[in-house]
Design a protein around this ligand. Sequence first.
Ligand code: FAS
Ligand code: PHB
Length: 401
Amino acid sequence: MRTKVAIIGAGPAGMLLGQLLHSYGIENVILERQTKDYVLSRIRAGVLEQGTVEMLETLGITGRLHAEGLVHEGIELLFGGQRHRVDLTRASGGKAVTVYGQTEVTRDLMDAREAAGLTTQYLAQDVALHDFDGKNPRVSYTKDGLTHELACDFIAGCDGFHGVSRKVLPSSALQTYERVYPFGWLGLLSDTRPVSNELIYTNHERGFALCSMRSPTRSRYYVQCSLDEKVEAWTDDMFWDELRRRLDREAAESLITGPSLEKSIAPLRSFVAEPMRFGRLFLAGDAAHIVPPTGAKGLNLAASDVHYLSHALREFYDDKSSAGLDHYSATALKRVWKAVRFSWWMTSMTHRFPDNDGFATKLQQAELDYVVRSSAARSSLAENYVGLPYSFGKPADGARE
Ligand code: FAS
Ligand code: PHB
């Protein structure tokens, strides 16, 4: 079997890349080790940057997103028992975010891919990359007990943090940067009316909490927890009691509770692997970088990488130019690191660090107070939260996107 671009992973990065390449007339095949239902069962991101929505709009697949997604023009910061609204739209020059779950984005992309009759091999096991730094890259995998080989021009490693793509690179070829946070997020999904119309990020002495949602009738909540917590030890009632303790009186009293549809603990880390290109292999999304979800950037960074990579591949096939491919890593990383910084900053400002001394706590309070009182600080938070322009990815040397 042969294709132009072999994509490993049917998460948001792989599915979005596959659809964009198809829209450019560039043939591609996706290899996914799980089933479609398993991929859709993972509860992850909830907030889309405007740039991500616009990319999906170019594919003509945003009917459900615009019907069911919730446009949010602000978020609230809760600290010292007071809620402070940050008007994202006013502070970012008119931009907003859309609350629409990653599961739904992936479902829309999967439906579009099936409707176009494109090939996605689910349950593709033992995926292995060959000659990715040579002239005949190819990917082998086993399915239904048979070994298959997919010859291609390029391989897109969209297989997430635990995938094979980054791991096949010689350690001498990669420089990695990492910060592991000393806490996790215990998340709960429930079919209950959200406690607020907008997201509430809380800095409380007991720890961070986040009130989010998926729809007017489905809520998504998180509380910071220690790394040795086990989700089995948390009953729903324990979760609701802990969340209430971290909210202001009004929110605590109006919180609607109900049975959890999903409950899980996610560890938090910042991680970047450089470069994001090695020969004919290009990394995109969590395969190359991880951010703490505090800044709502993970899914949106996957879209950002795919924006640059899809344009570069289109330039290669249409204009016979490899300039975009040659600058992909530098261009993508320029924007990745700004999102890594923002996600680290939002996490540092809102979470309780076990080794925080009085000085660190005072700094947090000063940071929060400055953000809610300074229009300059609010604008900085807002332009990062709604998503920096993709042109921010342009390297200083003016390389093309
Ligand atoms: P993904 O991990 O989504 O997809 C990779 C795909 O590759 C998977 O389907 C996997 O099965 C497949 N794969 C892996 N190895 C393979 C192999 N060897 N062969 C074939 N296929 C293989 N981001 C936010 O913005 N907000 C959040 O609240 C948030 N919460 C999160 C909670 C959790 C528990 C996790 C793990 C992540 C969370 N994220 C959040 C980040 C998340 O949304 C990612 O950024 C997003 O899924 C990135 O998409 P992909 O790069 O496509 O990677
Ligand atoms: C979510 O709804 O899952 C969500 C929203 C915003 C974040 C993180 C997670 O910063």
